[in-house]
Design a protein around this ligand. Structure first.
Ligand SMILES: CC(C)(COP(=O)(O)OP(=O)(O)OC[C@H]1O[C@@H](n2cnc3c(N)ncnc32)[C@H](O)[C@@H]1OP(=O)(O)O)[C@@H](O)C(=O)NCCC(=O)NCCS
Length: 337
């Protein structure tokens, strides 16, 4: 058995910064409401013609991670790509990344677990490395959400939250099994699938019917993300805690032993609630939602990269990645750095 060591991290966000104030031009909202309810000050959104899409942003983040790892795309044995906003309905974005980076004809797997995507992707990659099947794996989370949002007042409960961006992590095989990813927890509860979902396009509706529906009703909202905000919030605060405790219990640790929690940046109030319930100090919790909004599957690798760049993660630290989101899905990964 081997363990997986993180040897490179990178992030990329589009240049365009969208402040809360800018959103007031499109919908009835305010900087005060958004900051108070979500903690978000601004987010980055792609703009037409800037060349950014889900795969290309992933490539930019990956090149940084690879350079920091001292590897080239030819050294990568496998790609795990987490996204809820793939470039195409099919094929997945992983194969586009394989081509953009110029990797060999390696396997590329797309993970469709929304906000929990990077937690699932990390767990999957770790298993391939532990078993000895692959040596170097690129794990990526990338999202373009802005192009799919309802920017009218009708969509304000959802649209103010989400941002675009990408984060990447290079994992490599290590002989020291006392380090690396020590435990994972992965869960789902599909009965709540439609509490946070985009329902259309869907193969449940023939395309011909769908086109007719849109032509007859241009206000069809099923193309936009729907979120039962309060319901999601209540489940998130419980599941975040459970997932953290599950990986800690597996490793025989307590919340006091944790050096840094990298929560999926869903909402600052969710992170603060979880911090309070687990009695974690401010320095044990990493938040950057203020600058990026909720970038779903990209939020953990972006936050992990930023925490590492700021020197918040040192050798031997216990770090937890934890997420909750659409599905519902949730989970956590515990790593000894
Ligand atoms: C979305 C969320 C911020 C909304 O906050 P909330 O306190 O639950 O607010 P509500 O949805 O109850 O709406 C309260 C009021 O604010 C209004 N409102 C909603 N969005 C608004 C906006 N962007 N600006 C101004 N007012 C807004 C609502 O219309 C409602 O008005 P009403 O009372 O007149 O009907 C909150 O539910 C949340 O954070 N949920 C979890 C979301 C999340 O983390 N999702 C990602 C999971 S991975």
């Amino acid at each position: 058995m081997y363990s997986s060591k993180v040897i490179g991290l990178g992030k990329y966000v589009p240049e365009r910064v969208v402040t809360n104030e800018e959103l007031t031009h499109y919908m009835d909202t305010s900087d005060e409401w958004i900051r108070e309810r979500t903690g978000i000050h601004e987010r980055h959104w792609v703009e037409e013609g800037d060349g950014n899409n889900t795969a290309s942003m992933a490539a930019k983040a990956s090149r940084i991670a690879l350079e920091r790892a001292g590897l080239t795309p030819k050294d990568i044995d496998f790609i795990v790509f987490a996204t809820l906003s793939p470039d195409y309905y099919f094929p997945g974005s992983g194969v586009l990344l394989q081509d953009m980076l110029g990797c060999d004809t390696i396997g590329a797997l797309d993970v469709r677990n929304q906000c929990s995507g990077f937690v699932y992707a990390t767990a999957v990659a770790d298993q391939f490395i532990r078993s000895g099947m692959y040596k170097n794996i690129l794990v990526v989370g990338s999202e373009v959400q802005s192009t799919g949002l309802d920017l009218s007042t009708r969509g304000r409960g959802v649209s103010v939250i989400f941002g675009d961006g990408a984060g990447a992590m290079v994992l490599t095989r290590d002989e020291d099994t006392s380090r690396g990813y020590l435990a994972h927890s992965l869960h789902s509860e599909g009965k709540y699938a439609l509490e946070l979902a985009v329902q259309t396009p869907s193969n449940r509706v023939p395309t011909s019917k769908l086109l007719k529906r849109v032509a007859e009703n241009p206000d069809d909202t099923s193309f936009y993300p729907y979120m039962n905000g309060n319901f999601v919030f209540k489940h998130a605060v419980v599941r975040f805690q459970e997932a953290i405790m599950e990986v800690l219990n597996k490793a025989g640790l307590t919340p006091q032993d944790v050096d840094l929690v990298i929560p999926h940046q869903a909402n600052l109030r969710i992170s603060q609630f979880v911090q309070k319930m687990l009695k974690l100090r401010d320095d044990q919790m990493f938040n950057n939602i203020q600058k990026y909004g909720n970038t779903t599957a990209a939020s953990i690798p972006i936050a992990l990269t930023e925490a590492w760049e700021e020197g918040r993660i040192k050798d031997g630290d216990y770090v937890i990645q934890v997420a909750f989101g659409s599905g519902f899905t949730w989970g956590a990964n515990l790593i000894k750095w």
